[in-house]
Design a protein around this ligand. Structure first.
Ligand SMILES: [Zn+2]
Length: 261
């Protein structure tokens, strides 16, 4: 799965598994195995994990309520070079834009206080994401990218019991979603952006605002310039199902929560 396919999955079928959520299947396995990589910055050989198996069930896991999906919820998905501390999402490791490599190298030279480690997964995800942020800031300009990045950061801060940092990241994700709605500029469908803003409001404790956004999402038609009619119709059905489920959960006795409170 390369980055392009990954984004396509995110656009086309993130909600395919929603119907399964209510039956709560035992979490099926995802598998990882080690592979050697040469660092594109310092040429050091690192052993990183690559995925072996997974299935569409990843879209029914609870992180869907934050609109992020495995593998970004899993520790191995952000690589960290043991020498120069290059930190990026796994699918970007071999695809870094060549023209930005000198600037990335310079930014990494300023990264301090990375603990010594044997396996990169020993370093907390939040720390790896903070370094990755310095790398991506050099060339990723789209609000959609950063909105997702902040949701991922929020998820992992929360997993590490850093509530204040999680809230701050989710606030930034919400601000970016609001900016996208206002400017009309996003790579998702507007319907999905309303789902994102509502989800962030819910996780920030504003359920009134969340329900408002989810209802706006329900009355917005799923669209996208590069989508086929079938993808548009699937997106409409899946997102309506997702939004309706979210509204029912927020109004019900078992609203979506972080796995660690
Ligand atoms: Zn390196």
């Amino acid at each position: 799965m390369d980055r392009r396919e990954f984004l396509a999955l995110g656009l086309a079928i993130p909600f395919a598994g929603t119907a399964l959520a209510s039956v709560k299947p035992r979490r099926p396995p995802t598998t990882w195995f080690p592979k050697e990589f040469d660092c594109p910055i310092c040429k050091t050989e690192n052993t990183y994990l690559v995925w072996g198996s997974y299935g569409s069930y990843i879209y029914s896991w609870p992180s869907k309520y934050q609109l992020i999906y495995w593998p970004v919820t899993d520790g191995p998905s952000v690589y960290l070079c043991k020498k120069c501390h290059l930190s990026v999402f796994m699918w970007d490791h071999d695809e870094l834009p060549k023209e930005h490599l000198p600037a990335i190298k310079k930014a990494l030279a300023e990264v301090k206080d990375v603990p010594k480690f044997k396996e990169y997964t020993e370093v907390p995800m939040s720390r790896r994401l903070e370094i990755a942020e310095k790398v991506y800031k050099l060339y990723e300009k789209e609000d959609s990218f950063w909105c997702r990045f902040e949701r991922i950061k929020g998820y992992h801060y929360q997993e590490e019991d850093k509530k204040a940092e999680a809230n701050a990241a989710r606030k930034r994700a919400l601000e970016l979603a609001e900016k996208m709605i206002e400017s009309g500029s996003y790579s998702e469908s507007l319907k999905e952006v309303y789902a994102i803003s509502g989800a962030m409001r819910h996780f920030l404790g504003d359920d009134r605002g969340a329900l408002k956004d989810f209802n706006k999402g329900l009355s917005t038609v799923y669209s996208g310039d590069d989508l086929t009619e079938e993808e548009k119709s699937n997106g409409e059905v899946n997102l309506n199902r997702y939004l309706t489920d979210y509204i029912n959960r927020v109004n019900g006795a078992d609203p979506p929560r972080d796995s660690k409170q």
